[in-house]
Design a protein around this ligand. Sequence first.
Ligand SMILES: [Zn+2]
Length: 253
Amino acid sequence: MTTHIVCPSGLAGEIRGLKGKEGKLLSDRAAARAGAMFEKLLAGCWLTTSDPGIYDLPEGGAVDWSKVLVADRFYTLLQIRAQTFGNDYAFSVQCQSPGCRERFEWSLNLQALPVVPLSDAAKVAFKSGNRFETTLPRDGRKVWFRLMTGADEMRAASVLRGGRDGMLLTALALRICEIENVPDHERRKFLDELDMADAAALLDQFDQADAGVETAIEVECPACLGVQDVELPFERSFFLPTAKTARRTARAQ
Ligand SMILES: [Zn+2]
């Protein structure tokens, strides 16, 4: 069975669910750490392209997932998961309230997560070199940044593993292409000295340009009824169902 999907950028095509060979891949921890796992899942489960959207594909050629926006990659992986195990996704959450700490199961319908499409302006900016312009509100300088692709995501993972800079500086450094009147070799120093207000404004600009699946979800603790925001867990376990899900999936087919 296959499904036709349309990604946030407009890239459209046919996907299939996971097979045994991908199951083997998912149990390979080394591949997971290197980020090669998702690459292989995408390449294996994306069957044909009906609309390349903003991407230049070689004549009759396959999608180069390292050049595809993270938003599209994530959307496709989520659809592959849904195709394989169904739309229901259950995961375990621990209550964040210090007095409670209850562990409970939360489940949701993957197709009900809001998806923000890539704006027309962002499509144009992506196609003309993936450059987006903004201005730092305090400093007044112009900054050009890009939307993250598969290759950037791999780079981000290796920089974060290196543990030099922490999340914020890494997020900024990886996405900035150019800062007005700051030579490339001084960019790092400039970012170290950047006002937090400007850094936050930049991250906001990144978010506004970005498309994709909304992964911040609200859950309610059944013990203390506290409502909290959690990020949709997205790891190997996303593709490795519990025995319970596998049974449910088998029954439904
Ligand atoms: Zn609680």
